[in-house]
Design a protein around this ligand. Structure first.
Ligand SMILES: NC(=O)c1ccc[n+]([C@@H]2O[C@H](COP(=O)([O-])OP(=O)(O)OC[C@H]3O[C@@H](n4cnc5c(N)ncnc54)[C@H](O)[C@@H]3O)[C@@H](O)[C@H]2O)c1
Length: 348
């Protein structure tokens, strides 16, 4: 299958690109190369005859029409987005433009191409979204997000992703575009851009800097290893039912404080410092509107598609820490980019 992957130079998109090529699929990586992109993430497959790169913006209809016509993909996996909640608080405009308007322009380009090809039923537009569209859960462990949970986004980022989900469903219902959707929990793993929680903690610890925890650190997230997520996404693309959405989780709920303490313990073992790294933990001003808890009920993807995560969060974090220890040139090069290392998202 030939897959047009948007955002393939980002964190999750690049994992999908690498796995899709390894599985023998053709890949067209369409990415605008924003501050969050890094072509090093796909360097291991860049010379493959199965791989093509197109630098383009999903808000550019002419570029999209040219790329669809030139490559004639069998499927689209749409991951391009502005993805950092803190940046969405400081500058929501880019999130509205890329996540909502960009998704609309991509849907229209995909629809025009699909019509020109004679409306093949086998075509798929796979929209990749987040569990944050469902809002915030109480602490009760029996309450989790299902695919039927009502949308209740609470940040500019999650509101923009919710809007994009609605557009994708509307293009299916109204125009018959063959779509599938997935909403996943917090990803972590190799190639994670150094402004997100896990790399911030690892890299600050290695530099002997404070380890910032927003508020009291009690906010609970489900943690999904990025390679598991990429595997789940290819499963949803190839086996998912038309028009259906799938929640993807790691079956690993942890509070932010627990997660950071686990990272510190792994670092104490793999790269011992002068004192236990947990002594660097520092509580800082909370994020405005910080959601208390996200939790995924993964029954549908498990029962209908037979997919489960392969690693516990402890194992995934160990692999991740080791990867950062082994790949210093990768993260050093990204630390100079605008906003990286600064506290963002407190201006509300
Ligand atoms: N990271 C997570 O934990 C997580 C969780 C749930 C859902 N998601 C979703 O998964 C997708 C990928 O997330 P990520 O963490 O890999 O993001 P990322 O920020 O690492 O990568 C996004 C990529 O999209 C590209 N991009 C941005 N705007 C573009 C535009 N206008 N045109 C073309 N390309 C553009 C960037 O250059 C970058 O390579 C996003 O849709 C995000 O909402 C992420």
């Amino acid at each position: 299958m030939k897959i047009l992957i948007t955002g393939g130079a980002g964190f999750i998109g690049s994992a999908v690109v690498r796995q899709a090529i390894a599985a023998g699929h053709g890949v067209v990586n369409l990415d605008a190369l924003t501050y969050a992109a890094c072509l090093e993430n796909v360097a291991s497959v860049a010379d493959s005859p199965l791989y093509h790169f197109e630098q383009a913006d999903i808000r550019d209809p002419a570029a999209l029409a040219r790329i669809f016509a030139a490559h004639r993909p069998d499927a689209v996996m749409h991951l391009a987005a502005e993805s950092h909640v803190d940046r969405s608080i400081d500058g929501p405009g880019a999130f509205i433009e890329t996540n909502i308007t960009g998704t609309y322009i991509l849907l229209e380009a995909a629809r025009a191409y699909w019509l020109a090809e004679g409306r093949p039923e086998s075509f798929r537009f796979h929209h990749i979204s987040t569990d944050e569209v469902f809002g915030s859960l109480p602490a009760d462990p029996d309450v989790q997000f299902t695919e039927d949970t009502a949308y209740d986004p609470r940040s500019p980022y999650s509101a923009s992703k919710a809007a994009s989900d609605h557009l994708v469903r509307a293009w299916h219902e109204t125009y018959g575009l063959p779509v599938v959707l997935s909403n996943c929990s917090n990803n972590y793993g190799p190639y994670h851009f150094p402004e997100k929680l896990v790399p911030v903690i690892v890299l600050n610890a290695l530099a002997g800097k404070p380890l910032p925890i927003y508020g009291n650190g009690a906010n609970v997230r489900d943690w999904l290893y990025v390679e598991d997520h990429a595997d789940a996404l290819l499963t949803v693309l190839t086996k998912g039912a038309l028009g259906r959405s799938y929640n993807i989780g790691g079956e690993n709920e942890r509070s932010n404080l627990e997660l950071v303490r686990t990272l510190c313990a792994i670092l104490d073992e793999l790269r011992p410092g002068p004192r236990p790294y947990a002594e660097l933990i520092t509580h800082v001003t909370d994020r405005p509107g910080h959601d208390a808890r996200y939790a995924i009920d993964p029954s549908r993807i498990r029962e209908e598609l037979g997919w489960r995560p392969s690693v516990t969060v402890e194992e995934g974090l160990r692999r991740t820490v080791q990867w950062y220890l082994d790949n210093e040139p990768w993260w050093r090069a990204l630390q100079d980019r605008a906003g990286v290392g600064e506290r963002l998202g407190v201006s509300a």
